[in-house]
Design a protein around this ligand. Sequence first.
Ligand SMILES: *[C@@H]1O[C@H](CO)[C@@H](O)[C@H](O)[C@H]1NC(C)=O
Ligand SMILES: *[C@@H]1O[C@H](CO)[C@@H](O)[C@H](O)[C@H]1NC(C)=O
Length: 164
Amino acid sequence: MVKFAAIIPSVLTLVVSVTTALSIDYYDETCPNVDEVVGKAVKSAMSNDVTVPAALLRMHFHDCFIKGCDGSILLNSTKTNKAEKDGPPNISLHAFYVIDRAKEALESLCPGVVSCADILALAARDSVALEGRHGTCPREEKMEECQWPMTPLLSHSRSLTSRS
Ligand SMILES: *[C@@H]1O[C@H](CO)[C@@H](O)[C@H](O)[C@H]1NC(C)=O
Ligand SMILES: *[C@@H]1O[C@H](CO)[C@@H](O)[C@H](O)[C@H]1NC(C)=O
């Protein structure tokens, strides 16, 4: 019982520290427009290049791969150090300019506050959300009856069968 009682506070501390480390309103006080700025950068890039959302999601995945989502995928090569983005599995990554533009806009609003790793995570989130809206789904239609671009073929044919 004594041992158990001793464990509870440490578990609580862990839960508390995890919730403070990952918080959806983390920038509410320090940079309240962060969502809007990143969303705008993604949206405007998407309107010129439909591959941008997939590129940003893939970039975020590559950034998180192996050593955590630290923004290291964004670093450029130097004379003496080849950057991750220039390595063979990462060479086809693109749309870095979207992150650069969002960073530039955020630096003028709230200098030195929002990390590039967070911008990339937000951009990947917005890409998924915005890309979903390319599906043909009238507002009033039920989710399961919509034709989403990512819907597996099997459920597409099921949904077509149920309409005929
Ligand atoms: C990498 O280089 C590009 C092109 O020169 C530049 O626009 C971008 O800001 C650089 N990124 C970093 C993280 O230094
Ligand atoms: C490609 O990116 C991943 C994840 O950022 C990194 O771990 C890996 O080392 C990179 N590959 C090369 C060859 O740099």
